[in-house]
Design a protein around this ligand. Structure first.
Ligand SMILES: Nc1nc2c(c(=O)[nH]1)N[C@H]1C(S)=C(S)[C@@H](COP(=O)(O)O)O[C@H]1N2
Ligand SMILES: [Mo]
Length: 315
């Protein structure tokens, strides 16, 4: 199938002001009968829903929209080792995660460090819908309509200083809520990081929802990254800490298998994983395999970040 878009990955974003969202929220909760369970008692979900309600999906997104991975797959075939290593485990086990209240600690090289309630962190940023492909290092992929806002907006809010060369993200560490952490399959808590220019790239998304709803726990509620040009493991879930640093942080998968999982982890069909090929992938819900594209099809947006770098060495 040939998919025609102006830019391979381009989706016009729907934007609304936070004020509009918050003014309309009350009204919307009353109207959204079908979503009332998800929206009850927690304002972030309602906000995410309101964003979609106010902005119907745009025509420009139709090309990728036709390829969307079914919601049932998106929410039942997951990698979230904090809830077990089987793809079915997160959907089964993630109900024990309490996402309200939620706070995020911001530290390191920035002028606005502190402990932020989730609301105060996301409120200043208008939500958009972004349809992004996400390709797992295990050679499967999905196309997901995310709800979120540019990571760059949040970073600007924190006013990083001139020493901030990297930004590091940490997942909640609580074996009571995350039973998978009782086994040391990874070095908990899960940590991921980006170079500052990668983080500031407009593709980098802070997600709070998908398919028009609040993020299900198994997909990384209440706040996760989505970095569509990188292997899925960079898109860290359930973030509780953001730290700005001068030196390159150590990251969980890189520590656990330095020969297999690099710091950059850019999708690259020409650099195989030591144990399997990265040249093809299977879209979840399909049988046939597709060719994996350089930077997962987002080269136009991100290739310049790596000009002059040897991508075989910096994998
Ligand atoms: N905290 C945390 N974040 C995580 C993971 C994880 O195990 N723990 N798995 C990663 C991997 S390998 C992938 S492919 C994606 C899967 O995201 P999805 O389940 O929403 O599709 O989440 C990433 N983020
Ligand atoms: Mo993954």
């Amino acid at each position: 199938m040939l998919i025609k878009t102006r830019k391979k990955s381009e989706i016009k974003e729907c934007e609304v002001t936070p004020q509009t969202l918050f003014e309309q929220r009350r009204l919307f909760i009353k109207k959204a009968v079908g979503y009332s369970v998800a929206a009850a008692g927690f304002s972030l979900p309602a906000t995410a829903l309101a964003a979609l309600k106010i902005n119907p999906f745009q025509k420009d997104s139709v090309s990728l929209r036709g390829e969307l991975t079914a919601k049932k797959h998106v929410t039942s075939y997951n990698n979230f080792y904090e809830f077990g290593t089987d793809k079915k485990d997160p959907a089964k086990n993630a109900a024990s995660l309490k996402t309200d209240p939620w706070s995020v600690t911001v530290e390191g090289e920035c002028d606005k460090p502190g402990v932020y309630a989730l609301e105060d962190l996301v409120k200043p940023h208008p939500f958009e819908e972004r349809i992004y492909r996400l390709r797992c290092v295990e050679a499967w992929s999905m196309v997901i309509p995310w709800i979120g806002f540019p990571l760059a907006d949040l970073i600007k809010q924190m006013q990083p200083n001139s020493k901030a060369k990297y930004v590091e993200f940490t997942t909640l560490n609580d074996p009571e809520q995350m039973p998978g952490q009782k086994r040391s399959v990874l070095d908990w808590p899960y940590v991921e990081a980006l170079r500052m220019d990668e983080a500031m790239n407009p593709l980098s998304l802070m997600a709070v929802g998908l398919y028009g709803e609040v993020l299900p726990n198994q997909n990384g509620a209440p706040l996760r990254l989505v970095l569509p040009w990188k292997y899925g493991f960079k898109s860290i879930k359930s973030i509780v800490k953001i730290r700005f640093s001068e030196s390159q942080p150590q990251t969980t998968w890189n520590l656990s298998g330095p020969k297999e999982y690099g710091f950059y982890a850019n999708v690259n069909p020409e650099v195989d994983h030591p144990r399997w090929s990265q040249s093809r992938e299977r879209r979840i819900g399909e049988f046939r395999k597709r060719k994996t594209e350089m930077f997962n099809g987002y080269a136009e947006e991100v290739a310049h970040l790596y000009s002059g770098m040897d991508l075989k060495r910096n994998f």
